[in-house]
Ligand binder design. Structure first.
Ligand SMILES: C[S@@+](CC[C@H](N)C(=O)[O-])C[C@H]1O[C@@H](n2cnc3c(N)ncnc32)[C@H](O)[C@@H]1O
Length: 486
């Protein structure tokens, strides 16, 4: 029987890509040609290139999940699902055949995976909601996926990320029906994470985004407005009026999904800043005159308005949320725990991890990446959004910000703060929980941090980071500290 010749490891690896899951969903009602599959899923998965679908189809044939046959009637090669009797639990690396007594079950060996993920293309790193809004210093989703599998976290677990950032851990946990809790000091980051994990009525969302787009175009340029010094210096006069008009459209209308609209306006504002194209992250001064652009090797001009980004970001944000929604719906079919993604709990707290008392004491796993000492000012990277919306500016409570540098004083303060975080979280974490801490620890501070807190290091993985374009850092290594309670 075919099932017995399937290698469990191959099956799991084979199904670990969203494109492949969408393909299987598309083929569930019968054979299709590659073009038919492409037409079926390319819009939803945001795939422009047919080659991507061909490659994914062929991979599924290689691992015997699909078969292809020449069809004499249509004179086409048709792909179909080879075996409909396999049910996978993507939660615990266990493969449940319909005959659940099958003894040939193997565990996948995640140790053989290249955890630099340097071969993962950019579109996979920023797939669906992971690319909803730029955010420097986020996890790549494949790393979170790897840690979930490696630790065999399942839908019985509750995963904590005390430095939640833009919510990568929460998105990946929710996809696998795992409840999660996030703590994050920056209110903007919390908003972004909420938008990424929220459940949506997709039709209503589309209606609201379309309505918002239409109303946002009706700007009264003759109106005098009061704007902050920051907005005055970083945006053209036209862009200031357009952005504030968009903010008012959100305020004045009874939209259900205001948070999504705020993220769209924030993306527009980011692109409309008077930043030179070659330095969208780091420029210290606004550009107000034409300049030589190192990125485009020609003269470029300061951005004159914000409205030109409106349609693009409305469309892109909707598509990304819709894609995640569709992937979650497909994943539901592979996870047989009687739940759907709509009843997975994701709790997000905009709080300080050193102090906040979580209202739970049953955290069974942690996947997190604390700030790297002296590298990023997390509030400041989204300052434009803080200026447009009334998020609380809680910068003084950021641990290890760039603006405090990495000198001896900053190092001592960083270690002290991180010890406070681990001590504060201790009582919420179950005794046998596995805590995964991903960190660029060049100064080797973490052994001391764990030593002085109530956690012990079980294992350290080295993770080469081969390219980080936006941080302009050379290749370096991060560590994944795997720790447990002492
Ligand atoms: C390396 S980032 C985490 C990125 C996240 N893994 C992601 O994928 O988006 C570290 C985060 O810690 C947050 N942070 C800094 N100090 C904090 C504190 N005292 N309490 C909670 N979060 C804090 C920063 O705002 C930043 O978002």
């Amino acid at each position: 029987m075919v099932l017995e010749s399937l290698k469990v490891e191959d099956v799991l690896k084979g199904l670990s890509s969203d494109t492949r899951l969408l393909i299987i969903d598309s083929l569930k009602n019968g054979p299709k040609s590659a073009i038919q599959v492409f037409n079926d899923i390319s819009d939803n998965a945001g795939i422009k290139n047919r080659e991507t679908i061909y490659r994914a189809l062929e991979r599924l044939v290689d691992i015997q999940i699909l078969e292809k046959k020449y069809d004499l009637n249509t004179k086409k090669i048709l792909y179909s699902i080879k075996n409909n009797t396999i049910t996978l639990s993507l939660l615990s690396d266990e493969v449940l055949f319909q005959n659940k007594k099958d003894k040939s079950i193997e565990r996948i060996d995640t140790e053989n995976i290249d955890i630099s993920f340097s071969n993962v293309p950019q579109y996979e790193r920023t797939k669906h909601v992971h690319g909803l809004h730029p955010y420097q210093g986020k996890f790549i989703p494949q790393l979170v996926e790897y840690l979930i599998k490696k630790n065999k976290f399942s839908n019985k677990d509750i995963i904590l990320d005390p430095f939640m950032g833009s919510g990568t851990t929460m998105v990946e946990c929710k996809l696998r029906h795992i409840d999660s809790v996030g703590l994050e000091i920056s209110e903007f980051n919390c908003l972004l994470a909420k938008v990424k994990v929220n459940n949506y009525n997709i039709k209503k969302l589309k209606e609201e985004i379309d309505n918002f787009e239409k109303k946002s175009k009706q700007v009264d340029y003759s109106k005098n407005i009061n704007v902050s010094e920051y907005l005055q210096s970083w945006f053209s006069e036209e862009a200031q009026k357009e952005l504030l008009h968009m903010v008012n459209v959100i305020k004045d209308n009874d939209y259900r999904y205001k948070n999504v609209l705020k993220i769209i306006v924030s993306r527009i504002a980011r692109s409309a800043r008077l930043m030179p194209h070659y330095s969208l992250e780091w420029a210290k001064e606004p550009v107000k005159e034409p300049y030589y652009c190192h990125k485009h090797s020609r003269t470029c001009y300061p951005t004159e308005n914000a409205i030109k980004f409106l349609h693009r970001y409305c469309l892109d944000s909707f598509k990304r949320i819709q894609q995640r929604h569709q992937i979650e719906t497909s994943m539901d079919k592979f996870i047989d725990n009687g739940k759907t993604f709509e009843n997975i709990n994701v709790s997000i707290f905009s709080e300080d991890s050193r102090k906040f008392k979580l209202p739970v004491d049953n955290i069974s796993g942690v996947i997190t990446s604390p700030p790297y000492l002296g590298i990023i000012d997390y509030h400041d990277q989204h300052k434009y959004s803080y200026e447009l919306f009334d998020f609380k500016w809680n910068f003084d409570n950021e641990i290890g910000p760039k603006s405090n540098g990495g000198g001896a004083k900053a190092r001592e303060k960083y270690k002290e703060d991180m010890i406070k975080v681990f001590e504060n979280l201790h009582s919420t974490i179950k005794d046998n929980a596995v805590v995964n801490v991903v960190i660029g620890d060049r100064l080797n501070m973490y052994p001391e941090i764990f030593d002085k807190s109530s956690f012990k290091v079980i294992k350290v993985l080295e993770r080469p980071v081969k390219w980080r374009t936006s941080l302009r850092a050379p290749n370096f290594s991060e560590k994944v500290y795997i720790v447990k309670k002492k």
